[in-house]
Design a protein around this ligand. Structure first.
Ligand SMILES: O=C(O)CCC(=O)C(=O)O
Ligand SMILES: [Fe+2]
Length: 219
């Protein structure tokens, strides 16, 4: 274990998938919530995306560095111009997250993070089991949770179903999945409305930031 910012020891959920409870202290949480509010005002705002099968995602999201919507990355936000830039401090935070989770060299390619997806969950929002697989690079995904507690379901690389492990993610928790877990199915079956400490800066709902490397050439 090396240099956790805060909180308890890493817990390995599956090979390559590590949960670090309470990694971000309350001040860092509040700072990130405030930045999310600014990012939410970026090109296109927080959007509920349609899926190719005709559904609508229940989370609201915005992306930095690359725009994402089901199921591809692009430089432009449809109808709103170029995507907001990727803040380098999120790349630094992600690399610190890798060290906290893995305690040494992370599995996969070197970590040139270039995209962050910011999801907002209201009390009813959830996310079905899916793989993060639009990225070409084999770099771990770094996930930060803010606000309400949720159940994060972390499964296997073969199917949306069992075996999986349900993990409670609270405000300030870090979850990293790379190496053999990089393409594992995962989702958020529910959140617990009203469970957050308001001192985190969010009085209702949950924010999740995933920091990723697309492996795609900029521009
Ligand atoms: O909200 C979460 O914890 C997971 C989000 C997620 O899986 C995604 O954005 O792809
Ligand atoms: Fe995901």
């Amino acid at each position: 274990m090396s240099e956790p910012l805060f909180g308890s020891a890493p817990v390995t959920i599956a090979p390559g998938a590590v949960h670090v409870p309470g990694w971000l202290g309350i001040t860092a949480q509040r700072d990130l919530v405030e930045r999310c509010r600014e990012w939410a005002r970026g090109p296109g705002g927080m959007r509920q995306h349609r899926t190719p099968r005709g559904g609508t995602m229940s989370v609201r999201m915005i992306a930095l560095g690359w725009h994402w919507e089901p199921y591809r990355y692009s430089r432009e936000v449809p109808g709103a111009g170029p995507v907001a830039p990727f803040p380098q401090h999120l790349g630094d935070l992600a690399r610190a997250g890798l060290r906290a989770a893995y305690g040494g060299e992370p599995p996969g390619e070197s970590a040139d993070y270039d995209v962050a997806l910011i999801n907002f969950y209201d009390a009813d929002a959830k996310m079905g089991m899916h793989q993060d697989r639009e990225e070409l690079a084999d770099v771990p995904v770094v996930s930060l949770s803010l606000g309400d507690t949720c159940v994060f379901r972390f499964g296997n690389t073969e199917t949306r179903g069992r075996p999986y492990t349900d993990v409670e993610l609270r405000s300030g928790d870090l979850f990293v999945f790379g190496g053999p877990a990089r393409r594992a199915y995962h989702g958020v079956p529910r959140t617990s409305p009203g469970s957050a400490d308001p001192a985190c800066g969010l009085t209702s709902g949950r924010l999740n930031i995933t920091i990723r490397a697309t492996g795609m050439a900029p521009g």
